[in-house]
Design a protein around this ligand. Structure first.
Ligand SMILES: C[S@@+](CC[C@H](N)C(=O)[O-])C[C@H]1O[C@@H](n2cnc3c(N)ncnc32)[C@H](O)[C@@H]1O
Length: 205
C-alpha cells in the first residue's frame, strides 16, 4: 500500500490536469480566493488549492500522506499567504475548539475513513457560525450510472487510495447537522463519468 500511495501521489497532478484546466482551477479560485481569517483545509494533497488563496491570514493544511506532503511543500512555500502543514487525519484534528474562521474540503470527503467523525471534528474547530466550503464528487447518481458506480466502487477505492464514488456529500452534511446554505451539483463535460456528479457548496454546522 505504501508503494501505491507514493505512486498515486506522483501521478495525482498529471491525472487531474485536464480537470484542473477545464473547471477545477477556476472553481478552486472562486472557492478559496476570497476566504479570510484562519482557514483550515483538510486533506490538502499536493496543494492544488494553495496558489488560489489571496486573502487568508493563515491556511492550516492537514494531510496524512507523506508522499502527498512532499509535493505540497513547494506549493506551500510559493503561496501568497502563510501556510502551515500538519500530518494528521481529519478525524482527529489536533486543534483547539472554535479556532478557525472557515474550513475547506476539496475532493476529500470521498476519501476520509469516517465522514461522520470528520464532520464532527470540523464542527468542533470552527467558530460559531463559521462555514465549511467544499467541492466534492460523487453521490446522487441514480439509474444506470449509480448502479455501475456501486459495482466498481470496491476496486476503485483500492486503486484510488480510499476514494469512494457513491458518498453523497449533501446527505452526509445534513445527517451531521449542517445547514447546506449553498449547493450546486454539476456534471462537467469531458470529465470521467465515473466521478460524476460534482458538488460545490457552503455548509454551516
Ligand atoms: C483526492 S485527494 C484531494 C487532494 C486535494 N484536496 C485536492 O483538492 O486536490 C484526497 C486527499 O485526502 C487525503 N486523505 C485521505 N484520508 C484522509 C483523512 N482521513 N483525513 C484527511 N485527509 C485524508 C489523501 O491523502 C489525499 O491527499
Amino acid at each position: 500500500m505504501a508503494i501505491w500511495e507514493r505512486g498515486f501521489a506522483s501521478i495525482y497532478d498529471k491525472m487531474n490536469a485536464a480537470m484542473e484546466a477545464g473547471f477545477m482551477g477556476r472553481r478552486r479560485s472562486a472557492l478559496v480566493g476570497p476566504l479570510t481569517g484562519r482557514v483550515l483545509e483538510i486533506g490538502s494533497g499536493t496543494g492544488a488549492n494553495l496558489a488560489h488563496y489571496e486573502m487568508a491570514d493563515r491556511v492550516i493544511c492537514t494531510e496524512p500522506s507523506g508522499p502527498m506532503r512532499e509535493r505540497l511543500a513547494p506549493r506551500a512555500e510559493a503561496a501568497k499567504v502563510p501556510i502551515e502543514v500538519y500530518d494528521c487525519a481529519a478525524e482527529a484534528l489536533p486543534f483547539d475548539d472554535a479556532s478557525f474562521d472557515v474550513a475547506v474540503s476539496t475532493l476529500v470527503l470521498c476519501t476520509v475513513d469516517d465522514v461522520t467523525r470528520t464532520l464532527e471534528q470540523i464542527r468542533r474547530v470552527l467558530k460559531p457560525g463559521a462555514q465549511l466550503v467544499f467541492i466534492e464528487h460523487g453521490g446522487g447518481a441514480d439509474g444506470k450510472r449509480g448502479r455501475w458506480q456501486h459495482r466498481i466502487e470496491p476496486i476503485w477505492t483500492r486503486v484510488g487510495c480510499g476514494c469512494r464514488l457513491t458518498r453523497d456529500t449533501r446527505a452526509n452534511l445534513e445527517e451531521a447537522g449542517y445547514d447546506v446554505i449553498e449547493f450546486e451539483q454539476f456534471s462537467p463535460r469531458r470529465t470521467p463519468p465515473v466521478l460524476l456528479p460534482f458538488n460545490q457548496g457552503v455548509a454551516v454546522p
